[in-house]
Design a protein around this ligand. Structure first.
Ligand SMILES: NC(=O)c1ccc[n+]([C@@H]2O[C@H](COP(=O)([O-])OP(=O)(O)OC[C@H]3O[C@@H](n4cnc5c(N)ncnc54)[C@H](O)[C@@H]3O)[C@@H](O)[C@H]2O)c1
Ligand SMILES: [Zn+2]
Length: 403
């Protein structure tokens, strides 16, 4: 403490007749339980299905309001059914249609949502915001709900595969800021997440592959059975097969969600920075926005996973045939294994960024055998270069003329 501050503090303590410092310290401790439901349901927009009505507190007798924020593309495809659903349940819904693309994922969008909440005069605890869209809208509206009067209840209806197995099931919200992905954000749980695979029927193939990257991630780090199931079914995975949700597809999606929740639940606020769900998310955040044209999130994750598979093979955590199986699965899902921005030099830059994000250590998740995970802190530049060589050797072989 500087002399001036000490003198001022001493005058204050005399004036208010409290002990001189060190004197009084108050310590406040509180805990807030978090509980929310993630539910896989069919026919969510059929008036016969009460799940969404229940989520907004409607019983069909009227007097219930909700703010429904819908992705623009989803509104074109499902807006009629959504409106008919709320009408059938006598719910007075206010509509806000917003773009759901990465380029528009910014603080201004969050403010737009809060403005709509103000204009509607939404009640603080009993009226819900419902967000219907992909991962972008989940993050934007979740953030708006967390900021509005320091927290307003909201319901998530994710409509992309990334939304259904990842962005819609955790508690993270956020927007891009400057050149950084998700640099501003909060942790704020919804009341409920309602997942209907039927929405996937209209999701383009590239975005299905995008979501598959996160499912393959869960298989590699914690679910060997899911890995085998994916190997057996990957060529049949499509918008239609996921929407039809037969036994295999339902198992793929529900295993991915269960695995994700199992990892998130004990570490909801990321107090532990060794997170196996960060697998494939070490180099990708720095490189995702550097690619031109930009890579989708899952595509960047796929290339990152390929590097990590090769790193594990280099350390003999994965036998070479297992590493090749992992690379084959990623490729069969329609995802890239390499990209020009993933050079040894840029991988080092990405790793250095990740070290900052992970509070000074690499904490790099690697597979130890397929289906389990270890963390390492000592990956070298030479190892990164060898890992890239491993992946390139694999792609050269599998894409070669003899194939
Ligand atoms: N909070 C988290 O834990 C978390 C986890 C993973 C990803 N994310 C975030 O999620 C975002 C990526 O999510 P995304 O891949 O869903 O992107 P997105 O929300 O941009 O959706 C992709 C595209 O699909 C369209 N779309 C949405 N539903 C559709 C449907 N049913 N049919 C046809 N088109 C549809 C959208 O309009 C958009 O053009 C990223 O911003 C990422 O940071 C967040
Ligand atoms: Zn991800």
């Amino acid at each position: 403490m500087s002399e001036t501050t000490a003198a001022r503090s001493s005058r204050l303590t005399t004036a208010f007749d409290i002990p001189r410092p060190p004197g009084l310290t108050w310590y406040v401790q509180a805990q807030q339980p978090v509980g929310y439901e993630v539910s896989l349901t069919r026919g969510l927009l059929s008036p016969a299905n009460p799940a969404l009505a229940k989520a907004v507190g409607a019983d069909g007798r009227g007097g219930v309001r909700a703010l429904v924020v819908v992705d623009r593309v989803v509104d074109e495809l499902y807006g009629g059914a959504l409106r008919a659903y709320f009408t059938a349940w006598q719910t007075d819904a206010t509509w806000l249609v917003m773009p759901g693309d990465e380029e528009t994922k910014a603080l201004e969008q969050v403010v737009d949502v809060t403005r709509a909440m103000t204009e509607m005069g939404i009640l603080r605890r009993t009226e819900r915001v419902v967000v219907v869209g992909g991962g972008v809208l989940m993050d934007v509206v979740g953030m708006a709900a967390s900021l509005y009067r320091r927290g307003a209840p909201y319901v998530r209806v994710p409509t992309t595969l990334v939304g259904q197995v990842d962005a819609g099931v955790g508690v993270k919200t956020g927007v891009n800021h400057g050149t950084h992905k998700n640099r501003l954000g909060t942790y704020f749980a919804p009341e409920v997440t309602l997942i209907d695979p039927e929405f996937l029927r209209t999701v383009p193939a590239r975005h299905i592959a995008n979501g598959l990257a996160e499912i393959i991630k869960m298989a590699l780090i914690k679910d060997k059975d899911l890995f085998t199931l994916l190997e057996e079914t990957v060529t049949q995975i499509s918008s239609d097969s996921l929407a039809d949700c037969g036994a295999d597809m339902s198992e793929v999606v529900s295993r991915a969600i269960a695995g994700m929740l199992d990892e998130l639940e004990p570490n909801l606020w990321e107090s532990v920075l060794e997170r196996s769900v960060d697998y494939g998310h070490t180099f990708s955040p720095s490189l995702e926005l550097r690619a031109d044209p930009p890579l989708l999130h899952g595509e960047a994750v796929a290339v990152d996973m390929a590097v990590c598979v090769a790193l594990a093979a280099g350390r003999e955590y994965l036998a070479v045939p297992e590493a090749h199986r992992a690379l084959a699965l990623i490729a069969a899902a329609g995802l890239p294994l390499t990209h020009p921005v993933f050079t040894p030099e840029l991988l080092q830059v990405g790793l250095a960024d990740a070290v900052k994000h992970r509070d000074g250590l690499q904490r790099l998740p690697l597979t130890e055998g397929i289906g389990s995970c270890v963390f390492v802190n000592d990956v070298t530049a030479a190892e990164l270069a060898r890992a890239l060589d491993f992946v390139h050797a694999y792609t050269d072989r599998t894409n070669g003329p003899e194939q």
